[in-house]
Design a protein around this ligand. Structure first.
Ligand code: FSO
Ligand code: SF4
Length: 535
């Protein structure tokens, strides 16, 4: 195996087993599924030209690609089923355009059993990429990883009934483009920016899906301790799973807690209305093995980022695209096994006090106080905004973000989103004239909200986003972050600081291009970076 798609990768790439726990067989099956999905994309592109739009193939494309994102699915048998479904969908669609001739993954015949598929998959890993130019390979991998992020957002939106055929067309067009062996560097760069642009559309769709279903997030105080009683912990990113579980547990005497990226869900009116949504437990994904092991109830993992379950294998459940061999998978929105498990478990023996945090400062909430914020900037009470956001992770060097936020001057505001916030989410930074200095916009899935806030500020001050007193200090871990970074570049946003380390799939030449055109810089130390930013 060879995989270097996430920040956690072993030096240069994971080769024997993933640092994330991915086995070589799983890596191979993922590579094969991705290859075949690119074949399905080729067929979908050709079918579209013939006036055929295949809704099932579209949605499947998003699901299949999302399932190869870091920490989503580690279960080989599920990948075998996805490969079979991919080929069935591809061939059914091909049959509708019999005059079109295909090659490569559009005609590839997968082996009949798991061992054969694993063997075949080895051919399609990054290590066997037919692209010989390292910079082209780097850009194509960046594009592929960006598309994984776009597909994640598209799938989340589709779960709530929001789909866009034009978005699917662009996703499939770009997936097919990654197979091309005659793209120039300029074309690859443009494809990456196009990926960033369509990601904005995917995030907009998801924002619409979330807010039209559950209302606009409102500033909400969330309890961090525990309430005595039976408990279920929900992690991942999926709002509908949480909503369904809340409904199915109503009146059953079970308290529901959010974990990791589910924290901002507590701010949606249609979710916070449930009295048994008791609060938030734990921190970011990479601490789950310790935090889940101590949780006295059932655990539901709704999307990425799952890690190998330890002594809680019999109390963790996966749903949707997530999978871990040995963990019970629940489907069809029926969480009965999770509920039964929670009722059979001890639960929290007593209430514990751990204070509270605020969340829910998504675009609607922030824009409703835009006048106050703009006045505070004009009066010189707010001198600078920082967007300190992105993924958290296990590698050392991430305490940079804690220290950075702690050291931001008292006349500055910190906007944050995604799981990187758990490095500082409970810091008491105070307020500026009633505006909290630490504003949690939401999940990584809410990056659209952050972009809208930045654009609204630029509009209010009649300037470009790059001319605002706003600095982006980002942390990345997996491929949704790659998609968001491409979106920021597509918007022309410059001077981003990125850490804790730069992607292994970026070559020195590609990095130079980013530095020259966007002035991207790796993080250094909080003191140095603050000094440079605040000049
Ligand atoms: Fe974090 Fe994981 Fe949300 Fe990422 S939970 S690391 S960008 O998947 O998804 O922020
Ligand atoms: Fe390694 Fe990350 Fe790939 Fe897992 S997803 S195998 S940790 S590079």
């Amino acid at each position: 195996m060879f995989c270097y798609q996430c920040e956690q990768t072993a030096k240069g790439g994971c080769t024997k087993v993933g640092v994330c726990g991915k086995k070589d067989t799983t890596a191979s099956l993922q590579d094969l599924l991705l290859y075949l999905t690119k074949g399905l994309a080729q067929v979908a592109v050709a079918a579209r030209k013939a006036g055929i739009e295949d809704a099932e193939a579209n949605l499947f494309t998003a699901k299949a690609v999302f399932s190869t994102l870091t920490n989503v699915n580690f279960d080989d048998t599920r990948f075998v089923a996805l490969i079979e479904e991919c080929v069935a969908k591809r061939d059914a669609l091909k049959a509708r355009i019999p005059s079109v001739e295909f090659s490569g993954p559009a005609i590839f015949i997968p082996a009949a059993d798991l061992a054969g598929l694993v063997e075949q998959g080895k051919e399609f890993g990054v290590e066997n990429d037919p692209e010989t130019n390292p910079d082209l390979k780097s850009l194509k991998q960046t594009l592929t990883y960006g598309l994984k992020g776009v597909c994640a957002y598209a799938d989340h939106a589709a779960i709530l009934g929001k789909e866009d055929n034009e978005l699917y067309a662009k996703i499939q067009g770009l997936l097919a483009a990654t197979l091309s062996t005659d793209l120039t560097l300029e074309q690859c760069v443009e494809a990456g920016l196009e990926c960033g642009r369509i990601n904005i559309r995917a995030m907009e769709l998801l924002d619409d899906a979330n807010t039209s279903t559950y209302g606009h997030p409102e500033p909400t105080e969330v309890k961090l301790g525990a309430t005595a009683g039976k408990a279920i912990l929900v992690s991942g990113h999926d709002l509908k799973d949480l909503a369904t579980l809340l409904k199915q547990t109503e009146g059953k005497g079970i308290n529901i807690y959010t974990h990791g990226e589910m924290l901002p869900c507590t701010a949606y009116p249609e979710l916070k209305k449930y009295k048994h949504l008791a609060g938030h437990y734990g921190t970011a994904w990479q601490n789950q093995q310790k935090e889940f092991a101590e949780f006295p109830g059932a655990i539901l993992m709704t999307t990425n980022c799952i890690q190998k379950p330890t002594n809680y294998m019999d109390s963790i459940f996966t749903t949707g695209l997530v999978g871990w061999p040995g963990a019970v998978h629940v489907s069809n929105d029926d969480f009965t096994p999770v509920i039964e498990k929670a009722l059979a478990m001890e639960g929290f023996p007593e209430d514990t006090e751990k204070g509270t945090v605020m969340t829910g400062f998504a675009r609607n909430a922030v824009m409703s106080v835009a006048g106050t914020v703009i006045d505070a900037v004009k009066a010189g009470n707010i001198k600078h905004f920082f967007l300190v956001g992105g993924c958290d992770g296990a590698k050392p060097g991430r305490n940079y973000y804690t220290e950075f936020v702690e050291k931001t001057p008292a006349d500055t505001v910190v906007l944050t989103l995604a799981c990187g916030k758990f490095r500082f989410f409970d810091k008491q930074l105070g307020d500026i004239g009633g505006i909290p200095r630490l504003l949690d916009i939401g999940q990584c899935n809410d990056a659209y909200s952050a972009v809208q806030i930045a654009l609204a500020l630029a509009d209010a001050f009649d300037c470009e986003v790059n001319d605002l007193p706003l600095s982006l200090v980002l942390s990345w871990y997996e491929q949704k972050a790659v998609a968001i970074l491409l979106s920021l570049l597509a918007l022309g946003i410059k001077n981003i600081k990125l850490g804790p380390t730069l992607p292994a799939f970026i070559t020195p030449n590609v990095l130079n291009f980013l530095v020259e055109n966007y002035n991207i810089a790796p993080i250094s130390t909080p003191d140095e970076d603050l000094k440079e930013i605040l000049g």
